[in-house]
Design a protein around this ligand. Structure first.
Ligand code: A3P
Length: 291
């Protein structure tokens, strides 16, 4: 270990003296934001990219779930060019609930750092529903969130909407993804907990600098995130990056959407459904949230 460190320091010396040219090349990612969808994964990546040592492809790559048959060289090609000392990250939030992704990532590189953003699964489900209904451009046609979550969703889901789990259509993807411990178990079966960093999606909104600097440290970088580098979108009330000239750079219109008001009785049913599932998740990661 000591010799490895000395070798790395020596390499840095050689590169900074120009003996070894520090050329850019495409590399497999050092870290992957694997999810959870609708928990703030885009905000996390955009805020991390303020650090000049963090490089990431723009679009989601979806290699370990949808594009695996395209092969490893295709995957490498999607990555940005990085120099020695820089960190390559990709984010594909559907990896979190993909059955194959943990095993495939491990077989490519068992030292890959895994980053997971989580938020209250009830809020996450409403966000997921809001996105699906707007994507299908069937707002007004798609049943209400309440119908999908606890009602008769028969024509909308392949799952049986008459068999409920504690009153909830637990087979609906928007609900199922939020049963975090079931998916988390697969990650912990393949990666040690020290290689997994959990980001609190609610704190990423209320205190982005803290969540970002904790993630920078996890990536082995000196944090550059500071509270003064963030501002708040006056309309959406979500955090944005404050540029040098003071102008705000906020996420696009598909992030920070208006959510429908959900009937309190349905929220209560969902909270009761998620309560025991959340506890299992907290125990698994040894970290408590107040959902
Ligand atoms: P909504 O658009 O439903 O509010 P993801 O990037 O994983 O798809 O997550 C999207 C969610 O991130 C948004 O869902 C929003 O609640 C949350 N979010 C967190 N930080 C944000 C930010 N700075 N700007 C916009 N949305 C943010």
């Amino acid at each position: 270990m000591k010799y490895r460190l000395l070798l790395i320091l020596h390499l840095i010396d050689l590169i900074s003296c120009g003996v070894i040219p520090n050329t850019s090349k495409k590399r497999f990612p050092d870290a992957i934001i694997v999810g959870v969808k609708k928990s703030g994964t885009r905000a996390l990546l955009e805020f991390l990219r303020v650090n000049p040592l963090i490089k990431a492809p723009g679009p989601e790559v979806h290699f370990f779930d949808k594009n695996f048959n395209k092969g490893l060289e295709w995957y490498r090609e999607q990555m940005p060019e990085t120099k020695f000392g820089e960190v390559t990250i990709e984010k594909s939030p559907a990896y979190f609930h993909s059955k194959m992704a943990p095993e495939r990532i491990k077989s490519l590189n068992p030292n890959t750092k895994i980053i997971i953003v989580v938020r209250d699964p009830v809020t996450r489900a409403i966000s997921d529903y809001t996105q699906s209904s707007s994507k299908r451009k069937r707002v007004g046609l798609m049943p209400s969130f309440e119908t999908m979550a606890v009602g008769n969703c028969a024509n909308w889901l392949r799952t049986n909407c008459t068999t409920k789990t504690r009153g909830v259509n637990a087979g609906w993807g928007a609900i199922r993804i939020g049963v975090y411990h079931k998916h988390m178990k697969r990650w912990l079966d393949h990666f040690p907990i020290e290689n997994i960093h959990i980001v609190d999606g609610e704190k990423l909104i209320s205190n982005p600098a803290d969540e970002i600097s904790a993630t920078e440290k996890f990536l082995g970088l000196k944090p550059v995130a500071k509270p003064e580098k963030f501002g708040v979108d006056p309309i959406k009330k979500f955090p944005c990056i404050k540029n040098e000239d003071g102008k705000l750079h906020c996420l696009g219109k598909t992030k920070g959407r208006h959510h429908p008001d959900v009937e309190p009785s349905v929220l209560k049913t969902l909270r009761e459904f998620y309560g025991p599932e959340n506890k299992k998740f907290y125990q698994m990661i040894n970290h408590w949230f107040d959902w």
